[in-house]
Design a protein around this ligand. Structure first.
Ligand SMILES: [Zn+2]
Length: 383
């Protein structure tokens, strides 16, 4: 004879197994879809040479730029998938193939030490410190190896990309690193979501290799590049030109060679007029062997951390103003992405890079490869 409770108990056990199996399948599918890169991203996983578009514009990117913490990275309010979205958009619009892309080696300690202190590099092993630099307190809860592999290494990869973009700019004229621009990092501390002072390291590395003597940093991110300006204060061979919104982070500001603070609500026309008013003089005074353009797209209207009113067209015009001036003067230019993590900021930045490729590699001709739709796997991977 059956006891009255036997059936419900077995039933409860079976239900539990079904729920557990369902949960594991969901997690497995999620990890499979989100963490296993689609083919177009697997092709840019390891350091290798690419091909400069028409020998003039080199694009640098690595799948290692992607911050990944098994989904936890999505807790961060910023759109940290923007690099991947830009890379994919340039590809699906026919501007480049994965094999064209130059995939950088990650930043080494030896390179980082050109700017940072040994104590600072050691502090990157502490989850509490990294969480502080990246302004993401939940990161402090993670074990150090996971944080290193998922976050610190992504910054190393993108910073290696800035060094490579510098070398490629000297060779081809223009190079775009689809990442980098960590202009708040100081020699002895990270901050403002930045770990390595990639542009400053790249300038010192190129100098060490005997490739350049003088450099200019044109920093048009909406925030002042206080790290870069501090690092090169007193260095007559590096000109730091910084146009930013005056009343927001960082406080206090550092002193650049030339600072142009702008009031909140500055729009396209006024912004471009001020940029044009200063740029020629900056290039004349700096006489740079290379220009690093920090093209942060947080100047766009609606950015969650700033209050300028620049349109996507204004952003492309801004980058064009600097890039075209450098091409005209035959100054090599390396562009890095900088900040700007609003919902659609990535697409304005992708459009600006596409314009650079159209103007300087394609001479106005349409993209070289047939445009294609994103695959379902790609769409989920960059979501
Ligand atoms: Zn910024």
């Amino acid at each position: 004879m059956r006891t009255p409770s036997a059936k419900p108990k077995r039933f409860r056990l079976r239900t539990r197994w079904i729920v557990l199996a369902g949960l594991l399948t969901t997690v497995g599918l999620y990890v499979g879809v989100c963490c296993v890169p689609p083919e177009s991203f697997r092709q840019v996983n390891r350091p290798r040479d690419g091909v400069a578009l028409k020998g003039r514009v080199a694009v640098v990117y690595s799948n290692q730029y992607q911050i990944h913490l098994a989904g936890f990275e999505r807790l961060h309010p910023f759109d940290i998938g923007k690099y991947a979205k830009i890379y994919l958009k340039l590809q699906t619009d026919g501007y480049l193939r994965p094999e064209d892309v130059f995939v950088p080696a990650p930043l080494t300690d030896e390179q980082a030490l050109l700017v940072h202190t040994r104590e600072y590099l050691a502090s990157l092993k502490s989850p509490a410190k990294v969480a502080e630099y990246l302004e993401a307190p939940y990161l402090a809860l993670l074990p150090a190896p996971a944080l290193n592999a998922g976050v610190v290494d992504a910054f190393r990869a993108a910073s290696g990309g800035t060094i490579l973009a510098g070398r490629l700019a000297l060779k081809h004229g223009i190079a775009v690193n689809v990442g980098g621009g960590y202009h708040h990092a100081m020699p002895e501390a990270g901050g403002g979501f930045n770990l390595f002072a990639d542009m400053s390291i790249a300038i010192r590395q190129l100098r060490k290799e005997g490739l350049i003597r003088r450099a200019a940093v044109v920093d048009l991110d909406v925030h002042q590049g206080n790290g870069t300006s501090t690092i090169f204060a007193g260095d007559a061979d590096v000109f730091t030109f910084d146009m930013h919104e005056g009343d927001i982070y960082p406080h206090p500001k550092a002193r650049s060679t030339l600072d142009v603070p702008l009031p909140a609500d500055t729009g396209d026309e006024e912004y471009l007029a001020i940029l044009r008013q200063h740029l020629g003089g900056v290039l004349d005074r700096a006489k740079p062997d290379i220009v690093f353009l920090q093209g942060g797209c947080d100047v766009l209207a609606g950015d969650p951390l700033a209050h300028l009113q620049i349109s996507p067209q204004g952003l492309a015009d801004r980058d064009a103003t600097v890039i075209d001036a450098c091409v005209q003067r035959r100054i090599p230019l390396a562009m890095v992405m900088g900040g700007g993590y609003g919902k659609d900021a990535w697409s304005a930045q992708a459009a600006s890079i596409a314009r650079t490729i159209r103007t300087h590699a394609l001479a106005g001709a349409p993209p070289a490869y047939p445009p294609r739709e994103r695959t379902a796997g790609e769409a989920l991977y960059v979501k």
